[in-house]
Design a protein around this ligand. Structure first.
Ligand code: AHR
Length: 502
């Protein structure tokens, strides 16, 4: 097969927000305990954080980290996680049928974030709590001094405020599994009240209201319309969540998951803009795609759930998917989808970061390693800068069961005028054929090819595991050549590629 891509820095979609490369740490399974935090591990620092994990998180290039949930946050009392450790309660976590020891809370997580150099995105509990508790947390986090909550923070060891800008107004409130799940109207009113109150305290906040837990939800579309009708002037973002997996051995549909993400984003943008028109508003609501990944949810639903009145384990192994080459190609493609919509998706979080559906895995007392999905995320985060460009792509199509006829090749380009560098991200979704792709760069001046890295393998189900942690990695694409103002590159079947140009 052959395909052709034309890029021109004049045709920009919009600036790329660094917040597009966010991630998510939930108190779930071994994400926090035995993930980022393991006192006694040979690499642990004085606070009990694994420095091998810190190094990998830095290498991954994570901007914002959403915390502390997820479903967990809807039963969480933030006060449990602050103050002397010896006094912190052990609580039941109903979302994951676990025990929360509260050894890690806001202070510890804030300190960990400083070590990795990422920004905190904090979620408040609007499931089992309300406006007042959200205000207490905001006062504790952002007021410098002179009030009960701010003085308490200082007493607990932190004189400087946390200065948290990004706040999620609850989590997945449309989901019947959510503690405190409610209707769009009930949630919309609560979110509006809470947002107004939080802004009365700190007008500089950026607030995310809950959209749907997925485009497959029966209330999808109506939920966004109704929630935004109540909150349009009070918030800045509406959230999207999406998880993809290969179902019934249909690899062709799975490889085209980004087609679904494209449609999802465009539907939510259309709905938000409809409310804008109906409200006569001049303000634009953007998307925080604050949970996205490959997740073998069907498999998770089939494994025996933790249950029993006397059985609430601490940090059990939950949602520990091992990712394949095909999964990494899909993750790379989902990043392409986010970048293609950089004008409206201005925040996103790969769910999650360590052990729980994560790019980084750890063994207690043992090593930490990179899953296959680590590579496209790390390289995209490093190379995608400046503006996302509208790309014109001529490519063969193929038929899928789930998404209809879809392009064989998907791509996005970025251009950073301040450094003169560009990048092109590509996937070949064919399961058996290479694609020879020509990238027409004639509109970019003085371009030289700096690097071409590809992720592919003769076994698309190859994975990195504890036994073989470096089985899959990126390799230099040796086929690439520059010919008359164009780059010509061969994309192997089921592959993800990044070109960097300078
Ligand atoms: O990321 C795992 C879970 O997926 C989160 O807790 C929840 O928000 C979503 O359903």
């Amino acid at each position: 097969h052959h395909a052709r891509l034309t890029i021109n820095p004049k045709f920009a979609v919009g600036p790329i927000s660094r917040r597009l490369f966010g991630s998510f740490v939930e108190h779930l399974g071994r994400c926090v305990y035995d993930g980022i935090y393991e006192p006694g591990h040979p690499s642990a620092d004085a606070e009990g954080f694994r420095t091998d994990v810190i190094e990998l998180v830095k290498e991954l290039g994570v901007s914002t980290v959403r915390y502390p949930g997820g479903n967990f946050v809807s039963g969480y009392r933030w006060e449990d996680g602050v103050g002397p450790r010896g006094n912190r309660p052990r609580r039941l976590d109903l979302a994951w049928h676990s025990t929360e020891t509260n050894e890690v809370g806001l202070h510890e997580f804030g300190s960990w974030l400083e070590k990795v150099g990422s920004e905190l995105m904090l979620a408040v509990n609007l499931g089992t709590r309300g406006t007042l508790e959200a205000l207490d947390l905001l006062e504790y986090a952002n007021i410098r001094s002179g009030t009960t909550q701010s003085e308490l923070r200082a007493l607990n060891g932190r004189a400087e405020p946390f200065g948290v800008k990004m706040w999620c107004l609850g989590n997945e409130m449309d989901g019947p599994w959510q503690l405190g799940h409610r209707s769009a109207a009930d949630y919309g009113k609560l979110a509006s009240q809470t947002a107004k109150a939080m802004r009365q305290l700190d007008p500089s906040l950026e607030l995310v209201v809950c959209g749907s837990s997925g485009a497959q939800m029966p209330t999808f579309g109506d939920w966004e319309r109704e929630v935004l009708t109540h909150t349009y002037e009070d918030v800045d973002y509406i959230s999207c969540h999406a998880y993809y997996e290969e179902k019934n051995g249909d690899l062709g549909s799975f490889l085209a998951s980004a087609v679904d993400m494209d449609r999802f984003i465009e539907s939510v943008v259309a709905t938000a803009d409809h409310v804008k028109a109906a409200n006569g508003s001049s303000k634009t609501i953007n998307i925080s795609f604050d949970e996205w990944n490959v997740w073998y949810l069907d498999r998770f639903k089939k494994v025996e759930k933790i249950k029993g009145l006397d059985n609430w384990p601490v940090a059990p192994r939950l949602l520990e998917d091992a990712y394949s080459v095909a999964d990494a190609v899909v993750v790379g493609n989902l990043l392409i989808s986010l970048l293609k919509h950089a004008d409206r998706v201005t925040s996103a979080s790969l769910a999650q970061l360590v052990n729980v559906i994560a790019p980084i895995m750890t063994e207690p007392g043992g090593p930490a390693w990179r899953q296959t999905t680590f590579f496209p995320f790390a390289l995209t985060s490093r190379l995608a800068a400046g503006e996302a460009l509208a790309t014109r792509i001529e490519t063969p199509q193929y038929d899928t069961e789930v998404h209809g006829s879809v392009p064989l090749v998907d791509a996005v380009a970025t251009h950073d005028a301040s450094t003169g560098t560009s990048a092109v991200f590509l996937v070949n979704r064919s399961q058996d054929e290479e694609v020879v792709l020509t990238v027409d760069l004639s509109a970019l001046d003085a371009t030289i090819l700096l690097d071409a890295q590809t992720l592919s393998d003769s076994d698309v189900y190859a994975k990195n595991t504890l036994e073989d942690p470096e089985r899959v990695r990126l390799s230099r694409n040796k086929s690439v050549e520059v010919r008359d103002g164009s780059v010509v590159v061969t994309l192997p079947p089921v592959s993800w590629t990044a070109l960097s140009l300078g």
